[in-house]
Design a protein around this ligand. Structure first.
Ligand code: CMC
Length: 435
């Protein structure tokens, strides 16, 4: 049906009528060009069909680039390995929000602004009290993040660049506070106020693990590891939750509501919920002798089981984040003096067996970012139900940067996909006594 005509356009021919249409190819700065199908319906009367948006570009973006075949991830042109090694989370946040690394003064101003917006309105505490103690912290986070729009009316005008900036900074600053409150609430412990003398990762650990009866010293090893985890999860171009944020935002919804929508999309086990699912799976496998049984389950077409932490829509090679995460995992366990962590041994064995398995080789299924993160988080003292919450804290930076980019994009209009209708054709209403 279609044949490549030249480097900057594509000709699509209807093989019944012989009619053809030329579609321009748009080139990005790196990566494959995209066929611009915007004029397709007007010129052919047809839409495109792409469930799961596997080959559909929904926007232009200058924030993050992924080369899935090479296993490469870059923010603003900087590789994730280099950022994880040399940068810190707030610097990466600045880079994503502004497109450039900050100079010294810009970094100091940004760090100060984020640090000094970490407190939440005291009345938000009442929202937490409305949840059952056994509520999943993602349920709580989803609810209270949406509620922020009821507290910060002065930063919900999406057309005012100052309000956009204030809302972005508020979200980045307050998300760890809300996440830590969700954690404390589930344990029946008092909430901790943020501390301005600590950096972003240190303050988060303080809010999660400090109790009023003892002095809490933040372990620098854990703070470093937390910062790295945040960097690795900061953004990942147009994934399900980011696309959800953009779609919600395309209708003009305020940024707090959009981020709440992103949190909901992240929760699923195919996306951010996979880090929790990996640990549940490793617990269930329990012993290396049972690995083959689970590999077989993953291969079985009639079994819905999937090996969590494996596979990715875009990466058909190692997820570069998984490599950094695995190294960091060893580092943290070593520094904490945890010599034998049965779950890590099991994970490494599972990885080794899966990577040699013909099914995983054929389908190009490699460990993703979620495979090792849970083991580090567990060693830090987080329960599994908090893993996806931590992902949400980090990804808030990506979500809000992508939201801002969308709002500023002159091409932006409400997201509204089409469909292939397969239901009944028009028919007359049937009265109840005749059905
Ligand atoms: N275990 C077993 N088989 C798998 C797996 C897996 N983890 N992942 C993919 N496959 C198979 C799948 O059954 C399909 O087989 P077939 O061609 O015979 O139908 C083939 O590989 C392609 O998979 P797909 O579902 O069409 O691929 P997708 O791009 O729609 O899904 C994915 C990507 C990440 C949802 C999927 O790989 C998966 O469910 N992985 C486990 C969950 C997970 O670890 N998610 C975290 C992703 S990374 C972090 C994030 O995005 O938040």
């Amino acid at each position: 049906m279609a044949d490549r005509q030249n480097t900057n356009s594509f000709t699509l021919t209807n093989n019944q009528t012989g009619e053809s249409v030329d579609l321009p190819i748009l080139e990005g700065s790196v990566g494959p060009g995209v066929i611009d199908v915007r004029a397709l319906y007007a010129n052919t009367g047809h839409f495109t069909f792409d469930p799961g948006f596997g080959v559909t570009g929904s926007c232009k973006s200058a924030l993050t680039f992924i080369d899935g075949d090479e296993g490469k991830l870059m923010h603003g042109g900087y590789s994730i390995d280099e950022l994880a090694e040399k940068s810190d989370f707030l610097e990466v946040a600045y880079l994503l929000l502004n497109g450039e690394l900050p100079n010294k003064a810009e970094k100091e101003e940004f760090d100060y602004a984020i640090t000094h917006h970490t407190m939440v309105h005291e009345q938000l505490v009442n929202f937490f009290r409305g949840f059952r103690r056994d509520a999943h912290p993602m349920a709580i986070l989803c609810g209270v993040t949406g509620a922020l729009s009821a507290f910060y009316h002065d930063s919900t005008d999406i057309n005012d660049p100052v309000q956009q900036m204030v809302a972005s900074r508020r979200l980045i600053a307050k998300m760890p506070t809300l996440a830590a409150m969700a954690f404390k609430y589930s344990m029946g412990q008092p909430f901790n106020y943020p501390r301005n003398d600590l950096n972003y990762a240190e303050n988060f650990l303080h809010m999660c693990f400090s109790v009023p009866t003892e002095t809490y010293e933040v372990d620098p090893v854990l703070a470093d590891a937390m910062d790295k985890i945040l960097i690795l999860h900061a953004d990942h171009e147009q994934n399900a939750s980011t696309s959800t944020v953009r779609l919600a935002g395309s209708s003009g919804a305020n940024p707090f509501a959009c981020i709440a929508a992103g949190i909901a999309a992240l929760w699923g086990p195919a996306h951010g919920g996979a880090n929790e699912a990996v640990l549940t799976m490793l617990d269930e496998i329990g012993d290396r002798s049972r690995i083959p049984e689970y590999i077989n389950k993953a291969r079985d077409k009639n079994d819905p089981f999937r090996l969590f932490g494996f596979g990715h829509r875009v990466y058909k090679n190692f997820d570069p984040r998984a490599k950094v995460m695995r190294d960091s995992c060893h580092e943290v366990l070593n520094k904490l003096g945890i010599k034998d962590e049965p779950l890590l041994d099991l994970a490494m064995e599972l990885e080794e067996i899966a990577l040699k398995d013909p099914y995983f080789i054929e389908k190009k299924l490699y460990p993703n970012v979620d495979f090792y993160s849970g083991i580090i988080l567990k060693a830090m003292g987080f329960p599994t139900s908090m893993f996806t919450v931590l992902f949400a804290v980090a990804r808030t930076v990506g979500w809000i940067s992508q939201w801002k980019e969308m709002i500023e994009d002159p091409l932006q209009r409400i997201g509204r996909p089409r469909q292939l209708y397969t239901g009944p054709t028009e028919r007359s209403y049937v009265e109840m006594d005749k059905r």
